[in-house]
Design a protein. Structure first.
Ligand code: 3H9
Length: 710
């Protein structure tokens, strides 16, 4: 095992360079041991009479990617990172830091405390603490503006974005982009140049030119805070990060550090930070599923899509830009032409936005993509994804044909959003090769991919589904078979809640306002208008035909849909959309439709306030999530959280419904549900798992067991 921080003297002509290397794979996080090691080796270099200059590098694929996030929430063990940085500031001999990979958070703060910074051309730097609900806590908000000025530092820190090396050079964050790919060699070469040119030690904390320029620019400060507030959409730390950056222009360095640390310490304790840290780890954990222990992903090169509508074209687009050859099957020539036009217009859009260049556009449109009306032309495909109409008979017919024509080891996937994958698989002679791949619209943009595992789906096929998600840069979530899987089942449940509340007297517009005030990008009725009221109408018809269970309260949506008011696409749905306006205005006619229904059904309208709506909306999600866990449809609570964050606009800074429940306390959630049960026992009854956990004093997180596979 290499030492956590190794110290080696390299003699280069007359120059003796001390090379300090951080060894903490995979990302050199600044755990307690690393901080101790850094303080010791910095001190060793300081006292080493032989060493003229030091170079600090990271071993492996990256320089330091930040503080060790796993340590947050635990009591801090000295030294903290600012003590390490202070030791660097205190050096009387120069130290050069070499950045490669991603120098992030505490990693960049460490680099900012060195006297010079060199970066390999492919490296990126950033202070992404806001993505964890924090601000930089080891001098980042005080040192970065000293190099870049207040405005650029506020932008970088409040967005948490990664800055490419070339931009970092332009902004003054680094001094040079090194040639070559070896950090140590680059560092020694730069050290030699420094000494040759007689450049002396230069501390970031002493640089004041760029912040003095903005010293009393209150207009700029106001504008920066306003921009951060607008972009943060309810999240706290991007705004406080800007306040901390601004303090760099008015406070002496030491006091700025104290203020930064005060803000950091307060943020670590917030629910927002706990939720975001949960989301960070859950996003990495969600792909670790039992099937990966035995399953081996198959090679996929050629793909086929059945159906050239919005969904099929979006999936084709996602596959094309990930390097697949894609053939699209449509029923007839007209359908094929439509599908081709749809995909070509997505490719045109990508070209216009600079996502692909002209050469890629030509290749993808004319070589990689083709259409056919003959199912036997799909026999070369390694994977076939069906995105046809949501009807079991149609799907069964298609899968019978696929079974006859697809090559023996081809994966046959359905993009169904509700239907039974086992029933679809049952018409084939190879149910082990069948699974659900449920994309979310628009499929080339939305990050979620539900990977629906049937009773007979083989581990290899599941592993291939997860490898595909990764290749498409999507978050794959494993789901079992049930009506709606994880996401649409929860959606269906809260839509039932919402229609009940509306029918009982709460305005649909008040419901949307309450839901967006939680941090969702849109309310349920805005979402229905966007998706098209006809889509959900068809789903309700399907369920009515199969025997609707419980109260039916969507008559107002039926009436609106039957008037051909289908949402944004027809300029009118639950809202009215003026030409080109996508935000929509409330519609008096909807209110009169509701009054009419209430009169006919003899309902005395009762309107809920925003807080009442918010509580019921969240409780419905949590309760259905608990049932989904009980039934084993989701492996862990974190799978539900990732589904709702990446597919349904659940605010990441609230962590997903199950984390939200944990933060609220399961006792409190249960008490709410029991209260709601008294007023509406048809809709509400607490899930057994929720009751059991609350009685045992446990939370959902206790079920997020460490993964069985890595
Ligand atoms: C901070 O620095 C605060 C300071 O201002 C002040 C303190 C006082 N800690 O993502 P990957 C794990 S806050 C612990 O799959 P990639 C990760 O969980 C921090 N663990 O690789 C995974 O584990 P596993 C600011 C970490 O190549 C493994 O490493 N920094 C940390 O796709 C591989 O990660 C950040 O927020 C960490 N800091 O992406 C950066 N980072 O294999 C957070 C990673 O068991 N990290 N792990 O699942 C990232 O953004 C990405 O990991 C990175 C690499 C871009 C670095």
């Amino acid at each position: 095992m290499p030492e956590l921080i190794s110290y080696e003297l390299v003699q280069d002509d007359a120059l003796c360079v001390a090379v300090l290397t951080v060894n903490n794979p995979p990302v050199n996080a600044l755990s307690h041991g690393i901080r101790v090691g850094l303080v010791n080796t910095i001190s060793r270099f300081s006292e080493d009479a032989q060493a003229d200059i030091a170079v600090l590098v990271g071993a492996g694929r990256t320089f330091v990617a930040g503080a060790d996030i796993k340590e947050f929430g635990e009591p801090l063990q000295a030294p903290d990172l600012e003590e390490v940085n202070a030791a660097l500031d205190g050096l009387q001999k120069p130290i050069v830091c070499v950045l490669h990979g991603t120098a992030l958070g505490g990693g960049l703060e460490l680099a900012l405390s060195c006297h010079y910074r060199v970066a390999l051309a492919t490296s990126r730097v950033g202070l992404p603490e806001v993505h964890l609900g924090l601000i930089p806590g080891a001098g980042g908000t005080q040192r970065l503006p000293r190099l870049t000025g207040i405005a650029a530092a506020a932008d970088i820190i409040s967005s948490g974005r990664q800055v490419p090396a070339a931009e970092a050079l332009e902004l003054g964050i680094i001094d040079e982009i090194a040639v070559g790919s070896n950090p140590e060699v680059a560092g020694i070469a730069f050290a030699k140049t420094l000494v040759t040119e007689g450049r002396s030690l230069r501390r970031t904390c002493d640089q004041t030119d760029k912040i003095e320029r903005d010293h009393e620019n209150s207009d700029l400060f106001r504008e920066l805070i306003e921009t951060a507030r607008r972009n943060a959409k309810g999240q706290q730390s991007p705004v406080t990060s800007v306040e901390s950056v601004i303090a760099a222009a008015s406070l002496p360095f030491e006091q700025g550090l104290i203020q930064e640390r005060r803000i950091f310490d307060a943020l670590v304790e917030t629910d927002q930070s706990k939720a975001l840290i949960h989301a960070f780890f859950a996003e990495r954990e969600v792909g670790k599923i039992p099937e990966l222990a035995t399953g081996k992903a198959r090679d996929l090169n050629e793909a086929a899509i059945i159906g050239g509508g919005t969904m099929g074209s979006g999936i084709a687009m996602a596959l094309l830009t990930a390097g697949f050859k894609v053939r699209m099957l449509e029923r007839d020539q007209d359908g094929a032409e439509r599908g081709k036009t749809n995909v070509h217009s997505l490719l045109d859009g990508a070209l216009k936005r600079g996502k692909i260049n002209a050469e890629q556009h030509t290749n993808l449109s004319n070589i990689a993509f083709s259409v056919t009306t003959d199912v036997s032309n799909l026999s070369d495909a390694d994977i076939i994804i069906e995105a046809a109409f949501e009807d079991m008979d149609i799907k069964k017919t298609l899968f019978r044909q696929l079974d006859a024509h697809a090559k023996p080891d081809a994966i046959l996937a359905s993009n169904t959003s509700f239907l039974d994958i086992d029933e679809i698989a049952s018409v084939t002679s190879r149910p082990e090769n069948v699974l659900g791949l449920h994309f979310f619209s628009p499929a080339h943009i939305m990050k979620l991919l539900e990977i629906v595992v049937g009773k007979q789906t083989s581990p290899d096929v599941v592993a291939t589904g997860f490898a595909l998600a990764k290749r498409l840069k999507k978050v794959g979530v494993r789901a079992g078979v049930c009506d709606g899987f994880i996401g649409n089942r929860i959606l269906d449940n809260y839509l039932n809640l919402v229609t009940n509340l509306v029918e009982d007297g709460t305005s649909p517009y008040d419901i949307d306002a309450a839901v967006t005030s939680l941090g969702f990008p849109m309310g349920p009725h805005q979402m229905l208008d966007l998706a098209g009221l006809d889509i959900v109408y068809a789903n309700r018809r399907r369920k009515l035909a199969a025997g609707w269970v419980g109260r039916y309260s969507a008559d107002y949506l039926d009436r609106i849909t039957q008037q051909e008011r289908l949402g944004q696409k027809t300029g009118r749905g639950v809202y009215i959309y003026a030409d080109g306006d996508r935000s929509g205005q409330p519609d008096k006619e909807v209110i009169s439709i509701l009054a009419d229904i209430q009169a006919k059904k003899d309902i005395a309208p009762r309107s809920l306030r925003a807080e009442g709506i918010r509580k019921r909306f969240m409780a419905a999600m949590i309760n259905e999530g608990a049932r989904i866990l009980e039934e084993g449809i989701a492996l862990r609570p974190l799978d539900i959280d990732m589904t709702m964050i990446f597919g349904f606009g659940f605010p990441r800074w609230r962590g997903g419904p199950m984390k939200y429940a944990d933060l609220m306390g399961l006792d409190a959630v249960l008490a709410d549900i029991r209260r709601f049960e008294e007023e509406d026992p048809d809709f509400w009854s607490p899930a057994k798992l929720l009751v059991d956990l609350a009685e045992r004093g446990q939370n959902f997180d206790s079920l997020n067991k460490p993964s069985q596979t890595k």
